[in-house]
Design a protein around this ligand. Structure first.
Ligand code: AMP
Length: 284
């Protein structure tokens, strides 16, 4: 496994692989890798012949009062995990390499990025779509894998790829959880033991809601009633709810019933950790 830190070297290696007939896959990450990220690598290996993991904590997707400086980093452990998992190359540029001068050109998705996290993190998705475009241009992939953990991000990036005709197949891999249900996240590191226990309310409530909706036992409840109930349960456990949104899984528009494929997405703070989780409801 090799480690590359310049865009020029990355492009050149990717081009060489493609000229040899290999399909190049990329898994963009901000590092501090866990099993969720590693499952994306496994997925990329299934769909390509040469797998690049990018590790870059992207300053432009963090707001001024967010955790860019504190975001956990451990490059040594990340490279060990990538090597064990059979990654071919890590692309780990520094901020100067990615943003050599004040950037005045941005990629903005104007619809799917507006609700959910877009409301409470203005500018976040502009940073995400722009950096993913730059990472695509550096790694020149045929296929890119993102996680359902960040359902809105995956939807925004799919739409960006479609709208801007990037010749890249986007794959969304399932959300990976800890044994007790907590959605894996680099930000779980911020949780104290007590907060971590209380945060289990998020995955527990979402799982119960999905089971109840799909089995028909709460079929008369409206999305608003269900969102209010989930909000209550998280609040009672000591969480501060940013949002509980019940939306169409493809358009991310709010729904009034559960007839289509529906996403229930939650963002909530436990201590200083902002946690995301979601389930998709499919009623036959
Ligand atoms: P991050 O390093 O948090 O920016 O995440 C990099 C990629 O890993 C994104 O596509 C995330 O959606 C994905 N990811 C993070 N956590 C998980 C998880 N628990 N399950 C599946 N994918 C994940």
């Amino acid at each position: 496994m090799n480690i590359i830190d310049t865009i020029r070297d990355m492009q050149s290696l990717s081009n060489t692989q493609k000229r040899s007939g290999r399909r190049v896959g990329v898994v963009p990450t901000m590092g501090f890798l866990h099993e969720g990220h590693l499952s994306l690598i496994d997925m990329a290996k299934k769909h390509s012949d040469f797998v690049i993991v990018t590790i870059f904590v992207n300053p432009t997707q963090f707001g001024p009062n967010e955790d860019f400086d504190q975001y956990p980093r451990n490059f040594e452990n990340d490279s060990k995990l990538c090597e064990q998992r059979g990654v071919d190359t890590i692309f780990a540029p520094n901020v100067k390499e990615m943003y050599p001068e004040k950037q005045t050109t941005w990629v903005v998705e104007e619809k799917l990025s507006q609700g959910l996290c877009g409301k409470s993190r203005p500018g976040h998705f502009k940073g995400v779509t722009s950096v993913v475009t730059k990472l695509f241009n550096a790694t020149l992939p045929d296929v890119a894998v993102f996680g359902q953990k960040d359902a809105q991000q995956a939807a925004v990036l799919k739409k960006m790829t479609l709208d801007l005709n990037f010749p890249i197949e986007i794959i969304v891999a399932p959300l990976v959880r800890e044994a007790d249900g907590l959605a894996m996240s680099s930000r779980n590191k911020y949780l104290t033991d007590d907060e971590r226990k209380r945060a289990l309310v998020i995955s527990r409530t979402l799982k119960e809601t999905k089971e109840q909706l799909e089995s028909g036992s709460i079929s008369s409840a409206s999305p608003n009633e269900i969102a209010a109930k989930i909000t209550d349960q998280i609040t009672q456990a000591g969480g501060k709810v940013d949002y509980v949104e019940i939306v169409d899984n493809a358009t991310l528009d709010p729904v009034t019933d559960f007839s289509g494929e529906t996403l229930i997405a939650v963002a909530a703070y436990f201590g200083k950790a902002r946690l995301l989780d979601n389930v998709v409801i499919k009623i036959n």
